[in-house]
Design a protein around this ligand. Sequence first.
Ligand code: ADP
Ligand code: AMP
Length: 219
Amino acid sequence: MATFIVLLGPPGVGKGTQAKILADTKKLAHISSGDLFRENIKNQTELGKHAKSFIDKGELVPDDVTINMIRERLNRPDCEIGAILDGFPRNPAQAVALEKMLAEFNGQVKAVPYITAPESVLVERISGRWTCRANGHIYHQMFNPPKQTGVCDLDGSDLYQREDDKVETVTKRIRVYLEQTIPLVEYYRKSGKLIEVNGAQAVEQVSLDLCSAVKNIIL
Ligand code: ADP
Ligand code: AMP
């Protein structure tokens, strides 16, 4: 059975950073709904144009569009043994849709690490975030600076500040998270899959805690 891990947590807590590390070390695919939307926006697809109007306002993209995009991604061969999901699901309807999709190809959500940090930490992290244009690699101007300002260490592409990382939109995104995504904490707690991880620590320590949280689930 294919193993899926859902990373849950507020915007800016470090889901993308941790998902990349975990996916690399455990040789699982990394599915970031935000990265998929940004790729579509960059390529000016119809999906990208539609999604951009919601993303720029800090709102969630409608479920039908998001779920179809994830379904396509799950069908790619690199998900056969499983994946780390980052940013999806983001509300209970998406969680139910995920279960149905995974059941179609004998997959299951095995664990849901829930990464938390105080709001002041989230704002500090988001306001210093720099994202790589080509592949979405993540940097922070203070906590994880690139070797050369404005250039990705890994692929040499330019780094940019996300349009939705400006202060007004961040406040809105945190509110949307509290209203729409927080119910997933209880949803996954009830299923016994929720594992709380303290995100207010250095990247390496969060990574160690996350690895030990899933050690019985993925080898
Ligand atoms: P999310 O995917 O949850 O929105 P990111 O992984 O993009 O969060 O991280 C948000 C910002 O915080 C990035 O600039 C990243 O480099 C930085 N960051 C991530 N984890 C930590 C950490 N443990 N300590 C300090 N900065 C971090
Ligand atoms: P992220 O990269 O996870 O911070 O997501 C950036 C933005 O993309 C969010 O603020 C939403 O507008 C949109 N988005 C990402 N994932 C989802 C999702 N699962 N459902 C709806 N909208 C999403």
